[in-house]
Ligand binder design. Sequence first.
Ligand code: GDP
Ligand code: MG
Length: 165
Amino acid sequence: KAGFVNIIGNPNVGKSTLMNAFIGEKLSIITSKAQTTRHRILGIVNGEDFQVILSDTPGIIKPAYELQESMMDFVKTAFDDADVLIYMVEIGEKDLKDEAFFNKITNSKIPVLLLLNKIDKSNQEQMEEQSELWQNKVPNAEFFPISATEGFNVQNVFNRIIELL
Ligand code: GDP
Ligand code: MG
């Protein structure tokens, strides 16, 4: 089994931290090489019977300059080429401002894992409220509350990725 996973979400939600958590456990290659192909390959996790290639994206931003527009083009290829999409939000986040982008996620034909990160920062009530909010917003996704820094649910997410490849 081999496949490509793209991690998308706003800046600072914890995308790189999660990628490091995946890679740290399996010890593999990290490259910060600039994008040479359509994907920015940032990590490869090799197991006995699988290989997972991970990439994250520049943060989702509304294009205000031409440079940012070309970055957004790159982000959009995530929807066409990945085997699994990870859409990450963080505790306290209420909305994604780019509606067109959000529609792409909710209409994705590729399986989407919706991760609510930084739950270590929240109490039970806030976590439940935010979990419900995001599950309703992205009903096509499989939902996981996680803490990338504490490692909570990280292995379960990884196992699910392997199943989906
Ligand atoms: P990215 O921009 O989406 O790649 O986000 P980063 O991985 O760089 O993380 C942004 C900040 O959030 C860093 O200071 C991380 O240490 C912090 N962070 C990431 N995951 C967690 C988490 O699960 N809990 C808490 N409390 N902080 C986190
Ligand atoms: Mg990052």
